[in-house]
Design a binder for this molecule. Structure first.
Ligand code: SF4
Length: 438
């Protein structure tokens, strides 16, 4: 059933009894805003603000300040095992930790690519729902791409996740735990180093996240993050053990799960022990263009990078490629993106999956360039991405020469444009592929 009548900010409530089973494959063009109702995941420390954590500890018969001690272990030391929390009294320690740090994600399968510098993990949630995250080491940063929903209700026809439908929204802590797990993996040496060669500074350095050179990907980004050790220098990611960048580009439309997504952003950026203390500059929120939610995000006062998945500059095509366009048109989405830039000062990324003979024509490059330039200079960056082919799909990537020509035509309008890396393609870890092989 379509959730078209519900608020697209994830606040709608599914009808009683809905969503007990797996997601239903949507009809072409059908949008689903309301996540099926399923049993809630256990409440985790990362779901709670400091007052809520104190109350949770007291409800267990512990002193309230014990919650803060657990939070220091979780956010600062990346520790989740009671044996290592020796500042907590032995009596009741295991119970306190079990209550505040319940297991939310269980790894089902881990795949590596790029010589071990890319690691994709498939997770089972408490109710059997499956999501994935991908950890990637780059020359100057370490990025984790996380899921915000199990499945997705936005139904983009070229996307494996969208074709499977929406299973459910993730909780704040389920989102945060993907980052925490990545940080623990890094600390344990679970992500290989990359070759420090000229080749290694080529395509891979361009983009992984929808960020332009200044938008979440540069050496100055993520400077406040300290998820496990090193801080500082541009090259810290060489052998580094901290996550510098988080991109909401895994499964799901994060702005359709707004409350949990903004909760996760706060947990990632709040200083320890409220959160991980990452720089908002290292975070990228991706959206297909839920206009009211973009405006709401702009008003939060947390200047994360916004990545708008446009994929077509004209409504005719975008209605098919990105069905949310039937709700908010290209110009409305671009206007919202421009407002986001004005409110936050953060340059917006425009994501554009280059699909052979579908959206890669020269006139569409010109139209895209014109529409962006008409809204000013210096506010936007375009990331064309050769489409990641999905098994059985009729959509495929543009030819290299066509892609290059597209880039040059957009640039000719004065719009910075860089082809994004398709890191993780061989393990289906690139955008739009996260449900392809599960
Ligand atoms: S491309 Fe993104 S928004 Fe569209 S269906 Fe896939 S996961 Fe959802």
């Amino acid at each position: 059933m379509s959730g078209d009548s519900a608020a697209p900010d994830g606040t709608g409530v599914a009808p009683d009894g809905a969503g007990g089973g797996d997601a239903v494959r949507p009809r072409p063009g059908q949008l689903t805003f309301v996540a099926p109702r399923r049993r809630k995941p256990p409440t985790h420390l990362a779901d709670l603000d400091p007052a809520g954590r104190t109350a949770a500890a007291e409800a267990l018969g512990q002193k309230g300040f014990r919650a803060r001690q657990v939070a220091v272990h979780y956010f600062e030391h990346l520790t989740v095992t009671p044996e290592e929390m020796t500042d907590l009294p032995k009596a009741g320690r295991a119970d306190l930790v079990a209550a505040l740090l319940p297991t939310l994600l269980t790894p089902v399968r881990t795949l590596t690519a790029d010589g071990g510098a890319t690691v994709k993990t498939l997770w089972r949630l408490h109710d059997g729902a499956l999501v994935e995250s991908v950890l990637m080491r780059y020359p100057r940063r370490i990025t984790v791409c996380i899921s915000s929903q199990a499945g997705c209700g936005m139904n983009c026809p070229f996307c494996a996740t969208g074709q499977a439908g929406l299973t459910r929204n993730l909780s704040t802590a389920e989102i945060v735990e993907q980052v925490a797990y990545a940080a623990r993996t890094l600390r344990a040496g679970g992500l290989a180093d990359i070759e420090r060669t000229d080749a290694g500074l080529g395509l891979a350095e361009m983009e992984d996240s929808g960020g332009g050179p200044d938008s979440g990907g540069g050496p100055d980004s993520g400077g406040g993050a300290d998820l496990g050790g090193e801080t500082g220098e541009a090259d810290a990611a060489y052998g580094g053990t901290r996550v510098t960048n988080v991109v909401f580009m895994g499964m799901g439309e994060a702005l359709a799960n707004y409350a949990a997504a903004i909760g996760a952003i706060r947990r990632l950026t709040d200083p320890s022990p409220e959160g991980f203390g990452m720089s908002a500059r290292g975070l990228t929120m991706s959206t297909v263009g839920l206009v009211p939610a973009i405006d709401r995000l702009a008003a939060e006062g947390i200047p994360v990078t916004l990545a708008l998945s446009l994929h077509a500059p004209d409504d005719d095509l975008r209605d098919t490629l990105v069905p949310i366009n039937t709700r908010w048109r290209v110009d409305e989405a671009l206007d919202a993106a421009r407002r986001y830039f004005e409110a936050t000062g953060r340059r917006v990324s425009i994501e554009y999956a280059l699909i052979r003979d579908i959206n890669d024509q020269s006139w569409r490059a010109d139209l895209l360039g014109e529409k962006l330039a008409a809204r000013g200079r210096g506010w936007v960056h375009v990331n064309p991405i050769p489409l990641n082919p999905t098994p059985g799909s009729r959509w495929t990537a543009s030819r290299a020469g066509v892609a290059q020509q597209f880039v040059e035509r957009v640039r000719a309008h004065g719009i910075p444009t860089t082809v994004r890396d398709t890191r993780g393609r061989e393990i289906d870890g690139a955008c739009g592929q996260l449900a392809a092989a599960t």
